[in-house]
Design a protein around this ligand. Sequence first.
Ligand code: ADP
Ligand code: MG
Length: 343
Amino acid sequence: MPMPIQLLPPQLANQIAAGEVVERPASVVKELVENSLDAGATDIRIDIEKGGARRIRVRDNGCGIPKDELTLALSRHATSKIASLDDLEAILSLGFRGEALASISSVSRLRLTSRPQDNDEAWAAFCEGRDMAVALEPASHPVGSTVDVEDLFFNTPARRKFLRTEKTEFNHIDEVVRRIALARPDVTVVLSHNQQVLRQYHRMKDENHSGRLQQVAGRRFAEEAIYLDHHEEALSLRGWFSPPQACRHQNDIQYMYVNGRMMRDKLLNHAVRQAYGEALPDDRQPTFILYLNLPAHDVDVNVHPAKHEVRFHQARQVHDFVLGVLRNGIAQVLGTEGTESTG
Ligand code: ADP
Ligand code: MG
């Protein structure tokens, strides 16, 4: 006999939501750092212990959260980033679902400490148990926020079992941080593992951010890559690509950002591959770091809970724009401008 219908306790509801967003420690890092960026942070410190299974701590110098909003920050469906359907249809922030902190705190021991600007008091918030009631206590913290996530999946053993080795989990975190470092060269990001500083991406002043490029993607790519910057009406494509002969054997440098958000999008990948066309040697992979920008209301980011996917309202137009700009750039490098067939 089925059970009668009942409302799920908040913790269980949040754990179900966490199933979609919190796949592994790296997903926690992504959500927390995106929150820091949305808060306007210019300095973000990430401390990891034991591949993130023991601890993930993200500290920022962003706008902070007032004491009377801390409880909401940990509650599901509570966000400062959208307030209406109009906002949802033109997302400018990285977050908007109001789910990350609630989800993460349902599958870990999470503590949020924050001090807002023009306030000399800091408070810490945490929640526990089936109803996830939030407790507050005074704390000490500079302006900004720290989220401390201990013992991820301690109460969801099935999930905990899926954690890989410390090294593998840390590599995933490293990659997430690399993507963010490429998206935001104007922000300092420091990553430590087991008390050792492993990455220091300092904010750069140079205009096209080639310094950050070299730091993240390596000197070889930075030296060989071609810079492009093309605007056409509301669309723009900027970034670097390797000439076909200099493309890598691995597909490890394939970064495509849509309005500042890293994507693995089939449509865009197809456009890039087609742009290289026959010029790409068989044993090489397209090698690129590209930033596509378009009006926020022309792209839907509310497709996937982890926001790995987007939907373009004018998919064909976007595809052809990327294809055209990149194909042109490649033709220029090869000196085959004008001899390339179109279509
Ligand atoms: P979302 O980012 O989708 O709004 P989250 O659960 O990630 O949902 O965060 C909930 C809210 O908590 C945010 O809307 C924001 O107001 C606040 N918040 C979270 N992290 C930070 C931070 N590092 N600095 C300032 N505010 C934060
Ligand atoms: Mg968020």
